[in-house]
Design a protein. Sequence first.
Lengths: 179, 179, 179
Amino acid sequence: MSDIETRLAALEAKVHELEDQVALYQLMSAYGPLVDSGDAEATAGLWTEDGVYDWGGGPAPTSNGPAPGTPMKEGAAGAAYSQAAIADMVRGPYHQEIIQGGAGHVIGLPHLRIDGDTAVGTSYSRLYRSEGENFRIWRVGANRWEFVRTPDGWRVKYRTNRVLNGDAEARELLRRGVE
Amino acid sequence: MSDIETRLAALEAKVHELEDQVALYQLMSAYGPLVDSGDAEATAGLWTEDGVYDWGGGPAPTSNGPAPGTPMKEGAAGAAYSQAAIADMVRGPYHQEIIQGGAGHVIGLPHLRIDGDTAVGTSYSRLYRSEGENFRIWRVGANRWEFVRTPDGWRVKYRTNRVLNGDAEARELLRRGVE
Amino acid sequence: MSDIETRLAALEAKVHELEDQVALYQLMSAYGPLVDSGDAEATAGLWTEDGVYDWGGGPAPTSNGPAPGTPMKEGAAGAAYSQAAIADMVRGPYHQEIIQGGAGHVIGLPHLRIDGDTAVGTSYSRLYRSEGENFRIWRVGANRWEFVRTPDGWRVKYRTNRVLNGDAEARELLRRGVE
């Protein structure tokens, strides 16, 4: 019986890891559809209540995060320091103009490092915007997603997005996420 | 023994779900290579016999589908209402010109909702076309894939693709596919 | 007891296949972050010691590979015929200029065929390069990745990348990788 028990326990651990991998794929692939359809609450609900989305306006990715109470910064390089502020970003005029003009926020297949109840995802984001008959690539970003397991499943705790414009910061962010 | 039985059954159910997830990734990632290489039969074989591909020329995504016998519509915004019509699309002059000029039909990491023997995938599609030394983004689409499990595995029953040009229809399509 | 044994063995085989699928996703999603951050050793470490990366300068994808000792060829269409040569490519002036100017090498969700200790992945690659405030798509490639299982996990044995410029070679490469 002990052999059966050992094999069962090994399988359970492996299946648990595979389920985490798929759950994080599901979380990340939900971001684009929610933000492009303008669902502010559901987009923000991918994050924890104190979750941060820094798309270029926040502190350097290697620092310890923003001062408490830092206000939301709209625009091409902004940051939002809570779930409520992320919802505000989606509702805000800057984002609304982008999606009403035609936009796709596309998250690529991530590289994931899962460690118990936390995980890090590294991926590229692209923002395609409608222009005449075709599309323009407005932004290609290097993204670091820090996840935490909650009673309701995985959530984003901190997402950092840096434009791949040649700055060392974006390249370093990519490097940190892959062993 | 009952504990072992319970754990085995739980594992079997979980592994079955993981296998479905991967099988749908495999189905969706086969579309681009097949359609870009011009394999009409194999592309159409991803669908059921009565499968539909509506890339902009069909009814609104929320309606109940086309009238029976609706003919295939070629072009930038077309639709094909059977496996045979999808193969005709691939063989048709419009698609052949696109792929012989250099094209990549790229399906991004989908968000999947699997419910027994049916599933819905939500993803972005991009059609890159060769232009001089580089490429142009000809189209970025919001895609809803409705899948059905068949004796031969998962197949596409209805795929709707809408250009993300700012119309509410494309945004609504993205929203519907994510919980 | 034999029923339990049979079910356990079936589960173990299925979980092993799922783990292979995820391990190959992880390997392929590591390429972009490593090559864009300029980590020559880690990029090359995705390959076997005798691994090949042919991005347009090598023999036709259906031939049997290069002559031994073929030197590395830098540039838009080059090839590197060993792990050490792949590291040289990353360190070389051509690649360094690309990444210091702002670049994203993005590998899409692959279609995988796993057969015991070897596997084939078929995917699209895109090289986005920073240009003014936005990005240009410098290259969209059809990719065939031939993998081998080693004592340290899956590694790339041969990667062929062909620009989707309309040539039959790139289309055939896509077709070969999908059943």
